[in-house]
Design a binder for this molecule. Sequence first.
Ligand code: CAA
Length: 281
Amino acid sequence: MNISVIGAGQMGAGIAQVFAVAGHQVSLVDISTESLDRGLASVQSSLARVLKKERITEVELATAVANISLHTDMAEGVSEADLVIEAATENVDLKLKIFAELARLAPAAAPLASNTSSISITRIAAATDRPEKVIGMHFMNPVPVMKLIEVIRGYATNDETTKMVMQLSRDLGKVPVEVTDYPGFVANRILMPMINEAMYTLWEGVADVEAIDTVMKLGMAHPMGPLQLADYIGLDTCLAILNVMQEGFGRLHYQACPLLVNMVTAGKLGRKSGEGFYDYS
Ligand code: CAA
């Protein structure tokens, strides 16, 4: 199949990688060649890890990379798409703009999926000419490793689109779980309050970063502590998701910790900016 992936960041590059490895032709679209080059470099370094573990051969690695083409022109990147997956920044206005463009540029038969981690699929679908073909396909980070795909049905999403995305997810070796469109869906509705609570625990001086993460890693067998995971996801993304839930539910319960707001305002976004709760420089 021809898969177009919009956005070559952490998630977009991972999504491009899993489809390319599975033998699909992937058109990776972003606004600058620098972003595309960074995205492809991250695919290459991720595949190099897989090669080191002898799970793929050098030929398979080269074939997967060759399956990915890079485009700064959206029209060109989606012109032959059988499925489009949007993985841009977690910003409503940006996503609405992208989906309005996709409705104009992608083949009429192509389902339009969003990797949004919390924004309403129904709202995104309303910006298009084909709400019945708009669906959430929420991958987890790191995409090549994590098995889950949260598949979100919007108000108008039809059975055909849902079945196609569920099957395609299984064909990638992932485990899709179907959920309905509600703020934060399932994954982030449960994950983000925990991460937010870890930040409040730090902010209120109950324990330091390492202590909080150690408690959750060794006490609950989580692979990463909540503050390490927040850095990994990106603090701006965590804040955006909490804001969507706070607005969607109107409950103080989801209000972002002031420490998170301050860190994002100060440009401390976690791993991607070199500093968050930990120092990555
Ligand atoms: N590409 C390919 N392989 C990778 C990889 C990547 N980017 N990152 C890790 N791996 C592989 C490693 O090669 C290794 O393989 P083996 O098991 O065969 O040795 C395996 O994954 C484990 O990696 P490491 O040994 O380097 O490190 P680790 O054991 O600490 O695991 C981790 C790293 C998989 C990231 C683990 O720490 C983990 O599972 N963390 C939690 C991740 C998580 O919760 N993700 C969800 C975030 S929420 C989200 O994404 C949704 C949202 O909307 C916010």
